[in-house]
Design a protein around this ligand. Structure first.
Ligand code: SF4
Length: 366
């Protein structure tokens, strides 16, 4: 009986892929009918957009600033830079979905089909880095959405932002789930020599069926490991974000993932537990009942337990929840796996990031 259920689950995982998109309904956000032309801060987006060959709508926006100050529960106050408002990777659990509703769009399938990008990002960044008030603090690229999502192939905004960072010796941490980061290895190598860059590869699972169902447009697990190996071999500091750990779905892969990324050359690993905020909880619930109907209830129950009793948590400090027994068990497993596979600190000879040191641009580099 168990084997039959497993087979059925696998089939349903395959069926759930809808032309490589996450299979998400358009749950009403409450703001969806507004289709805001102007953002709350006076920024605006164009009426004109273009459609890519695989039917993704790319919409240019014109924000007023490119850096946001965020208070990360793991890193403390940091600057975050996101070239894209939405994300074509379409991960079902994505906490950035909820922000999409403030753009007057649905947090469901529109989140990965209607990509709003910051057309003036490069100019805004250069203006900021040149200003006397800027102190050169570390910037996290992709604090919210993936800077190497498929649209970046065409738009190359992240590449041009990195060129500016290199020019001004600006330290950055890049977080991504896409192998496209290797396209920019020429810039990353120059930044690594100066200790200006860390690439954080975000990995959720090594099971390809599960990855395709959970995060359909991210790179395959095999390619993510290849990225870690390639960047490491070129002297670029690589870490891993094992995220999100979803109790009952990928929580049994902790040791396997730690072993694989360590063998590939990753220096250290962080993790977060799944956090379902606002509308995302509704979308996830809908998805898991369609995708894993036979174990959906059990998984949802475990997620709620790990989150302290509720499925829907808006509190980001819960991401590494140690207050529940299940949260503590998972955290302990990660700690043991990190010790076993030496993922606690940089093992390679890489200069630390030059935090807080503003440097003059090297104009002769380009
Ligand atoms: S890659 Fe990150 S930002 Fe993009 S959909 Fe997935 S979780 Fe969200």
């Amino acid at each position: 009986m168990y084997i039959i259920i497993m087979l059925l689950d696998k089939n349903i995982v395959k069926l759930s892929n809808f032309n490589g998109r996450s299979f998400q309904p358009s749950i009403d956000n409450g703001l969806s009918n507004h289709h805001l032309k102007d953002f709350w801060d006076g920024s605006y987006f164009d009426e004109e957009f273009f459609i890519t060959s695989d039917n993704t709508k790319l919409v240019p926006t014109h924000p007023k600033s490119i850096l946001n100050r965020i208070n990360d529960p793991d890193m403390g106050p940091v600057w975050s830079m996101n070239p894209y408002h939405s994300c074509e990777n379409g991960c079902v659990y994505c906490y950035a979905r909820i922000a999409h509703k403030y753009l007057g769009d649905y947090a469901g399938h529109n989140f990965d089909k209607s990509i709003l990008y910051k057309s003036n990002a490069v100019e805004l960044l250069e203006h900021k880095l040149k200003s006397n008030s800027w102190k050169g603090e570390k910037i996290i690229i992709s604090g919210n959405t993936d800077c190497y999502q498929p649209a970046e192939h065409k738009l190359k905004i992240t590449r041009r932002l990195l060129e500016v960072c290199l020019k001004y010796n600006q330290p950055v941490v890049i977080v991504t789930k896409n192998a496209l980061v290797c396209r920019d290895i020429d810039i990353l190598k120059k930044m690594a020599v100066k200790g200006l860059v860390e690439v954080c590869m975000s990995i959720t699972t090594l099971d390809e069926d599960l990855r395709r169902a959970l995060e359909p447009r991210t790179s395959s697990s095999k390619n993510k490991l290849k990225v870690i190996r390639t960047l490491s071999e070129h002297g670029i500091l690589v870490s891993v974000l094992l995220a999100p750990i979803i109790p009952g779905l990928n929580s049994d892969e902790i040791f396997k993932i730690c072993e694989a990324v360590s063998n590939a050359g990753a220096s250290f690993l962080n993790h977060t537990l799944l956090r379902l905020n606002g509308t995302t909880a509704l979308l996830f619930e809908n998805w898991i009942h369609k995708t894993f109907p036979f174990k959906a209830s059990r998984i949802l129950h475990q997620i709620a337990e790990a989150q302290g009793g509720s499925l829907n948590k808006d509190d980001s400090s819960n991401r590494r929840n140690k207050s529940s027994a299940l949260g503590q068990t998972i955290h302990q497993q990660v700690r043991l796996a990190k010790n076993k596979y030496q993922l606690n600190k940089p093992r390679r000879n890489v200069t630390p990031l030059k935090l807080g040191i503003k440097q003059t641009p090297q104009l002769n580099l380009f």
